[in-house]
Design a protein around this ligand. Structure first.
Ligand code: NAP
Length: 285
């Protein structure tokens, strides 16, 4: 039976570390600040933003929320980002996606000061990650690396298969595994022989967004299986990409959904905001 990697427990450790560092910064008069911008009334986005606000409180950050109507224009959002870029008490800026149709999300991300881009989606930070010289790592892939580390899963020399090639999960995930000397294969919707490739993975990361996508027969016995997917099953319940009951019998390590990668994403956002606050105050490099 697979060892279940408890994302809630690991995320609590990360947040405890951030809270401790934040308390020390406060003694120097520095309070890390995060601004979250949400546009429209997408219920899932609302839940994510509430969770981010709650996490800010937990670790002792200052936070601001801008909940704007779906009619908000690109120009108004650019003006807000410009103001937040200049605001000293804000160290991190996050624009919650998805945005209502008609808004250019890429242009908004590019307008964020890269030093305040705590999602690490700005081209500057993406480039730094490619070079291996980053200050921030994208939160979900960074959370996956933390889960592997906490479980004692060695990446160096292992065959790592990432299913999905999005800019926010698949591509940076592959890069982080490569930086830790994994031998990485990236799969996507045009990949041939996908089950066979997955079966050769020592570490399998699924970021597809389809319930039931990874079955037990696609997993190498003893592999570490990380399920990034967040889907709803036929009963409307939250589930991942991996058929948990099948994977549990084959894998060596497995993350559940919920309670796996999800909580890590927010914990890593807190860590990035702490890093941003330190760097903007001349602490660290
Ligand atoms: P995305 O942009 O839709 O990308 C999905 C990827 O899966 C694409 O690269 C796509 O390939 C690939 N794919 C789709 N069907 C496939 C198939 N039949 N065979 C192989 N590959 C296939 O999604 P995303 O933003 O990366 O998110 C992926 C999942 O992770 C979603 O469920 C999302 O909700 C979840 N997520 C979770 C967290 C968290 O905190 N836990 C954070 C972010 C995302 P093509 O490129 O060829 O189309």
């Amino acid at each position: 039976m697979a060892k279940i990697i408890d994302g809630k427990a690991v995320s609590a450790e990360v947040k405890a570390f951030v809270a401790k560092e934040t308390a020390q910064l406060k003694e120097q008069g520095i309070v890390p600040g995060l601004a979250v911008v949400i546009v429209g009334d997408d219920p899932a986005s609302r839940v994510y933003v509430n969770n981010k606000k709650k996490a800010c409180q937990e670790v002792g950050f200052y936070s601001e929320e801008y909940a704007l109507p779906k009619e908000t224009s690109q120009e108004e959002l650019l003006a807000l980002i410009d103001r937040l870029n200049k605001e000293a008490k804000i160290n991190g800026i996050l624009v919650q996606s998805p945005l209502p149709k008609g808004l250019d999300e890429a242009a908004l991300v590019e307008a964020i000061d890269p030093h305040k881009d705590v999602d690490a989606f700005h081209a500057y930070n993406v480039g730094r990650i490619m070079q291996g010289k980053f200050s921030f790592l994208p939160c979900t892939p960074a959370g996956v690396m933390e889960l592997l580390r906490s479980a004692g899963v060695e990446v160096g020399g292992k065959h790592c298969v990432v299913i999905g090639r999005s800019n926010i999960v698949g591509k940076p995930m592959a890069m982080l595994l490569l930086h830790q000397n994994g031998t990485v294969t990236i799969c996507h919707s045009k990949t041939q022989n996908l089950p066979e490739i997955c079966r050769s993975a020592d570490i399998l990361v699924s970021a597809v967004g389809r319930a039931g996508f990874v079955t037990g027969s696609m997993i190498k016995p003893g592999a570490a299986v990380i399920d990034v997917g967040m889907n709803r099953n036929e009963n409307g319940e939250l589930c991942g990409d991996v058929v948990f009951e099948e994977a549990e019998r084959v894998a060596g390590y497995l993350t559940p959904v919920p309670g796996g990668v999800g909580p890590m994403t927010i914990a890593m956002l807190m860590k990035n905001t702490l890093t941003a606050a330190k760097l903007q105050n001349g602490i660290g490099s």
